[in-house]
Design a protein around this ligand. Structure first.
Ligand code: SF4
Length: 389
């Protein structure tokens, strides 16, 4: 599908990042970490939605004290986000976190960097160096005039070097920028200069309306070039939304399919019903179902609809007053408009049971989509026939 950049591999608890490991999805809690119950609820929500790794902020001692319970009961690898405090970093390691996010350059005192590096090494815990345009060292901003991609890369290499001085190489790195073009450039540049695994993200991407577009372009462009080992979509929204978008980015690229793929036509003057409302209802109801990965098509008319509906795992093509239901390429029959969604989802349940029985696609990670999904995956990378719709 694409040639992936060769990176070294680190282990964040049970999750491998880099090398040939599947690209993992991360998010960060928004609760006060010392509110153990609220944080655990959010960690569990994120894990249920598909987060592989969850980061929690540790700005105070109380947060570090909450970590043992969160680590034990979180159910996913937990990363402690430390700003500059060696004490909080050591407390977090003591608590059993699976990863640290900190920039050694913020610690100033080389002795502290060594202490953290030694303690992390002893426990086999990796450190993510998180270079961010908004908090770039002033000297670098002065040198480059602004936080350019080159400045981010220089900072990242400097931070990597600080840990390497103490023999610590179990690192992954992010060079996040709020400007998508700078972000893409920074990762491209960094990818040529080190083999550390890369954590991709557009920082401060904003509310979902803008943030999803920026993240999909920034993260998606790099992944399509084979760059990136783990991703975090940053949205000004509930963190579960970040995970859903992350999954959609990976699914759209055909890299990893662990969510449904809804194919819906944009509607036009030929539409026989309200396609917007129909697709929205299907999406909302599917999100609440526990379906294995499958492609579902919702099409507005009999002109282009049947082709797409037939190609998907299940699909409907609306006609006047009724719609044609397809399942695994076969025409099932006509269904009145007011029964379309119910009939589609009943068929989805039936197909889901079949898929589970096959045991082929319910392991959460599929490198290449099968059947109809495969056709669209190939189209994404320009290997398939032109889409007639
Ligand atoms: S499937 Fe039909 S209604 Fe939907 S956009 Fe295509 S032609 Fe228009």
């Amino acid at each position: 599908m694409y040639e992936r950049r060769r990176s070294r591999q680190v282990k964040v608890g049970s999750v491998a990042v880099g090398g040939d490991a599947p690209i993992s999805i991360q998010s960060m809690t928004t609760t006060k970490t010392d509110d153990v119950q609220a944080t655990l609820i959010q960690v569990h929500e994120l894990a249920t939605q598909g987060a592989d790794i969850v980061r929690v902020a540790v700005p105070h001692e109380g947060d570090a004290k909450a970590l043992p319970t969160i680590v034990q009961e979180g159910g996913v690898p937990i990363i402690a986000d430390i700003h500059f405090s060696v004490r909080l970093a050591l407390m977090s390691l003591e608590a059993g976190v699976h990863g640290l996010r900190l920039n050694p350059g913020n610690m100033r005192n080389p002795k502290h960097v060594k202490e953290v590096a030694d303690a992390a090494r002893e426990r086999g815990v990796p450190i993510r160096i998180g270079v961010n345009a908004g908090s770039l060292d002033r000297k670098l901003v002065e040198k480059y005039g602004r936080p350019t991609s080159e400045a981010l890369v220089e900072s990242a290499l400097y931070e990597i070097g600080l840990l390497e001085e103490h023999g610590f190489t179990d690192v992954k790195v992010s060079v996040k920028h709020q400007n998508v073009a700078e972000m893409i450039n920074a990762y491209r540049l960094l990818a040529t200069q080190t083999d550390v695994p890369l954590h991709l993200g557009v920082t401060e991407a904003g509310t979902p309306k803008q943030g999803i577009v920026k993240s999909a372009i920034g993260i998606g462009t790099l992944l399509a070039e084979g760059i990136g080992d783990t991703i975090r979509v940053s949205l000004t929204a509930e963190p579960v939304e970040e995970v859903k978008v992350g999954k959609q980015i990976l699914a759209a690229l055909g890299i990893r399919q662990d969510t449904f793929d809804l194919v819906a036509c944009p509607s036009c003057g030929r539409a026989e019903l309200d396609v917007f409302a129909l697709a929205q209802e299907v999406e909302e109801r599917i999100e609440k179902m526990d379906l294995p990965p499958m492609q579902i098509a919702v099409m507005g008319c009999e002109v282009n609809g049947p082709g797409e509906a037939r190609d998907a795992d299940i699909g409907i093509a609306a006609g006047p007053g009724r719609g044609l239901l397809f399942s695994k390429g076969k025409q099932i029959g006509w269904v009145p408009h007011d029964r379309l969604v119910d009939a589609l989802l009943e068929e989805a349940e039936r197909v889901a049971a079949e898929i589970r029985a096959e045991g082929a696609r319910d392991d959460g990670v599929v490198e290449v989509l099968k059947g109809a999904g495969r056709r669209n995956a190939l189209l994404q990378v320009g290997l398939g026939p032109p889409n007639p719709n």
